[in-house]
Design a protein around this ligand. Structure first.
Ligand code: ADP
Ligand code: MG
Length: 323
């Protein structure tokens, strides 16, 4: 196995919350991410799935050092980048780029698509004149946009075209890792497939690795090699996509799969319905944090935090009952 491109070691991100009105003293913490370890290999796509609020975006932002971690270590290409700041952090930024869900929110509406893509090339890449011009054209073509689109502003483009512009900007400085946080979730299904295929093509041609966050399990299965399932800040199951989706071992993973639309209705499936809402990430249940919604919970689940059970070198499940 080659050495990881990105390595997260026991990473936590806790947000302080103010005490309620009329109450003094102790503030609680939202444990958005709570002790997660994960490696991504060069040219690998690792997907994160889990309900809204499970900590996927926080983990992605921590991995790219867009936010500081509360504890734990972030290593990129063998280097500890956990505490980098200022100029040192700016130097690693080009290698780790992000594409988010809403390109309208993340693209400057006043700039043309061409200027948006040219910006990192000029500011950080130092390109000028015809060299810059040619590279912008090349990037437009590599994301499937006609260079004549350079003159359009974000509002004049379709959702799919806008996401292509975001991707062109993200890959402009030849990153090694791209965070795609719900990057296809807001698009029509047919456009989703095109953008997912574009991600896959770029992985092939540029050797990109992805941290791909998405809620659609069929899309995740299509694009990723490995998947991590998050619940309330913990990664409760991880493994190769086929292993995890064909033979889920964590009761939460089973519930997620059962709740996902079935592409082939002839495939019978064990229905497990998740009861209730997830507990507050400020007041977590004792023991296993999934136990309050778990259909198979026993006494031990309330008493003790579950062990991380390693089923194979690449597969682990955090559950008392998974061994
Ligand atoms: P996901 O991407 O899986 O929906 P997030 O990482 O966005 O989850 O959020 C995880 C938890 O952390 C949620 O409870 C969310 O409300 C909380 N959270 C996220 N960002 C902040 C923040 N800046 N301040 C306080 N709480 C936050
Ligand atoms: Mg999110």
């Amino acid at each position: 196995m080659s050495s990881p491109l990105l390595s997260l070691e026991d990473v936590s991100k806790h947000y302080p919350v103010a005490a309620g009105r009329g109450r003094r003293g102790t503030r609680g913490h939202v444990r958005a991410v709570d002790g997660v370890s994960l490696d991504i290999l060069p040219s690998e796509t690792f997907a994160l799935v889990g309900e809204s609020g499970s900590g996927k975006s926080t983990l992605g932002r921590a991995a790219l050092r867009l936010i500081d971690v509360t504890s734990g270590a972030v290593r990129f290409d063998g280097r500890d980048v956990t505490g980098l700041r200022g100029a040192a952090l700016r130097r690693v930024r080009p290698s780790m780029q992000a594409v988010f869900q809403d390109p309208l929110g993340s693209l400057n509406p006043r700039l043309t698509a061409g200027a948006i893509v040219a910006e990192p090339l000029a500011v950080l890449g130092g390109l000028r004149g015809s060299e810059l011009d040619d590279r912008v054209d090349e990037l437009f073509r590599s994301v499937g946009l006609d260079p004549s689109r350079r003159a359009s502003r974000p509002r004049a483009l379709s959702g799919g075209q806008r996401q292509r512009v975001s991707i062109a900007r993200a890959i402009a400085l030849r990153p090694r890792l791209v965070l795609a946080d719900e990057a296809v979730s807001a698009l029509d299904v047919s456009v989703q497939a095109q953008i997912v295929n574009l991600f896959a093509d770029l992985r092939e041609s540029m050797g990109l690795a992805y941290l791909f966050i998405g809620h659609g399990l069929p899309v995740v299965r299509h694009i990723a090699q490995r998947v991590g399932v998050m619940y309330l800040g913990r990664m409760v199951e991880t493994g190769a996509v086929d292993e995890v989706f064909d033979d889920p071992r964590h009761p939460y993973t089973r519930a997620l799969i059962a709740a996902s639309p079935v592409p082939d209705p002839r495939v019978a499936r064990e229905r497990i319905v998740l009861g209730g809402e997830p507990p507050s990430p400020v007041h977590l249940p004792s023991g296993c944090r999934f136990r309050t919604r778990c259909p198979i919970a026993r006494d031990v689940c309330a008493r003790e935090a579950p062990p991380i059970v390693r089923l194979s070198p690449t597969r682990s499940v955090e559950c008392h009952l998974a061994a």
